[in-house]
Design a protein. Structure first.
Length: 576
């Protein structure tokens, strides 16, 4: 971690000189001690905390039972095939400590009270409140990323968390800090989140009658000055609403079977999630367009996105990676038959349990959950400006036609790709806009459903919402035939748990959740990836497209070996 601090110093000094003209100071160098005179540069340190946020474009599903990556050198493919170790771990988030130290440095600056964000005392106070809240929330969030990736059973046999840093440490300081217990790490993150909630506005751009009391009760409060600090202009920054959602995500993670398996944390997750969801109408607030939140600019900006980044300019980068070869893509991610089989029949029953629709393996995509057609390019589908055939006669799109480019499973990815993008044969393109999404309301609904069911079964109400209510709304939006008799038949916690996990698998597919969900649930990691092939007359299953090879202890990921070698107080997770 010492190298991270050196990098922070180097980057900051360089960026400061190219950012604007400044008056010469001692030895013509700008360092942290001079930031009180440059509020815009002090805020720039805070903004480094917004780098490295986890979005939906990791495509880590290639390391799970949901997909295969066609690129033989893909890191997720490599760990799925057995290369995961403490020296090679593409899922490591240890470098999130760099963002932690950035925000700790900012907190030092703001706590000194020397930087003037405004000449007006009230406005200056509100700037300090809001930005300190941002820093505390971001510190908690980046520690959560590290905890999610590196918590585990240590070599001592104890469930361990991570080192928690609340101060900036100079390059020659002491980084040799032991890991906290897992629950202490959770509580440290919760403490930062709770402190942030006492400083941040619930939302930006609130009307005067909606203001949080810690702002409206300030001495000499002026709404016009408040608007300068917390206007809609800041919408993409972290807010109180976002922090509450992050608390629910953290609590569900902590409560999960591989960690604390704890009712109190399930109750916390359900309570936090339900209170936010009730502000948008409960289950009635589920966005009807949320099922394809990525498919247009309007959808990206809809109420489905609880937190997102800015909408970028027109591009074709993701589509170039994922489109089938016949429409000039590289076919990188191939959903598996395992994933396709997870989609129920149109009446919502698993494929071999429907009383209305008989699953036909020779007509496998008929009368299926409509989400299948929206998320996966199946044989014979129209996509990207062409008809995609993955069986005999499919040309470049046929299974294994072009090594490293044509599908290996019989499927191509559709989810997350803009359907109107075109990559033409003459090299021209028609791009569309994309955005990094950090948290969707659908995830929050699923957090509530999972936690509420674990507390006391399918119909347990948390602030007026049950797991059954949530799953009914999600499946109705998906296009499941109503009435949903299969859902109505679910009566036990165990059966509802299975259904909730499957709905989470479908709704949050290819957004980077499955890799972590399997681990927190303690489910098998080595399910063999399957495919499906049409030989011109019949479909047949490909039972062993890719055999996974995780170690038995891979539920918990390793601390980077380089850190273990440097710091004697760090305890490695068992097995690594």
């Amino acid at each position: 971690m010492k190298s991270l601090i050196k990098n922070i110093l180097i980057v900051f000094v360089f960026a400061s000189f190219i950012g604007c003209e400044i008056e010469p100071i001692d030895e013509n160098r700008l360092n942290f001690d001079n930031l009180s005179n440059f509020p815009e540069k002090a805020e720039g340190i805070l903004l480094n905390g917004y780098t490295g946020l986890v979005n939906q474009y990791s495509f880590s599903e290639a390391a799970t039972d949901d997909a295969i990556n066609n690129n033989l050198n893909n890191n997720y493919k490599r760990i799925a095939l057995g290369e995961l170790n403490a020296q090679f771990n593409p899922t490591s988030r240890w470098n999130s400590y760099e963002r932690v130290f950035w925000v700790n440095k900012f907190l030092e600056i703001i706590d000194r009270g020397e930087t003037q964000w405004s000449r007006d005392t009230l406005t200056n106070t509100m700037f300090e409140m809001r930005m300190k809240g941002e820093a505390l929330a971001l510190r908690g969030l980046h520690h959560f990323y590290i905890l999610q990736a590196h918590a585990g059973i240590g070599q001592s046999g104890n469930l361990l968390g991570i080192p928690y840093f609340t101060e900036f440490i100079e390059a020659d300081g002491n980084f040799n800090v032991p890991r906290q217990s897992f629950e202490d790490s959770v509580q440290s993150i919760m403490a930062d989140f709770n402190d942030a909630l006492n400083l941040l506005p619930t939302d930006y751009g609130l009307s005067q009658g909606q203001l949080d009391p810690w702002y409206s009760n300030l001495e000499g409060f002026d709404y016009d000055k408040y608007g300068i600090v917390n206007d809609n202009f800041f919408d993409l920054r972290i807010s109180g609403r976002i922090v509450k959602a992050l608390k629910a995500r953290l609590a569900l993670f902590a409560a999960s079977p591989s960690f604390l398996n704890n009712q109190s944390y399930y109750e916390m997750a359900a309570d936090d999630a339900s209170k936010i969801l009730n502000t948008i109408g409960g289950v009635a607030g589920l966005d009807p367009n949320g099922i394809e939140f990525y498919a247009s600019d309007n959808n990206i900006q809809s109420r489905e996105s609880l937190w997102r980044g800015s909408i970028a300019g027109n591009s074709t980068a993701f589509e170039k990676r994922m489109f089938p070869p016949s429409v000039n893509g590289n076919g990188e991610i191939n959903p598996t038959q395992n994933f396709v089989d997870a989609f129920p029949m149109l009446d919502g029953a698993p494929i071999n349990e429907s009383n209305i629709y008989i699953y036909d393996p020779q007509n496998p995509y008929a009368n299926r959950d409509p989400r299948l057609e929206k998320y996966v390019v199946v044989n014979g589908a129209e996509f990207g400006g062409g008809i995609i055939n993955t069986g005999v006669g499919g040309g470049n799109d046929r299974l294994d036609s072009i090594p490293g480019q044509s599908t290996t499973t019989g499927y191509y990815l559709k989810k997350l790709l803009q359907p109107e993008v075109r990559i033409n044969n003459d090299g021209t393109t028609q791009g569309k806009r994309h955005a990094d999404v950090y948290f969707r309301y659908t995830e929050l609904y699923l957090i509530l459903a999972e936690a509420a069911n674990e507390i006391d079964g399918p119909d347990h109400q948390v602030n007026g919402i049950s797991a059954r209510d949530v799953i009914a709304a999600i499946r109705n939006r998906a296009g499941i035939l109503q009435p949903d008799n299969y859902l109505a038949s679910i009566s036990t916690k165990e059966d509802m748990r299975k259904l909730i996990r499957n709905e989470r698998r479908l709704e949050l597919s290819f957004e980077g959740h499955r890799f972590w969900d399997l681990r927190r649930w303690g489910l098998p990691l080595n399910e063999t990836a399957k495919g499906y092939f049409f030989d011109g007359n019949n479909y047949s299953e490909l039972p062993s497209v890719e055999i996974r090879n995780y170690q038995s202890f891979a539920t918990y990921m390793p601390i980077p070996n380089s850190e273990i070698l440097k710091f004697s107080e760090l305890e490695q997770n068992n097995g690594w």
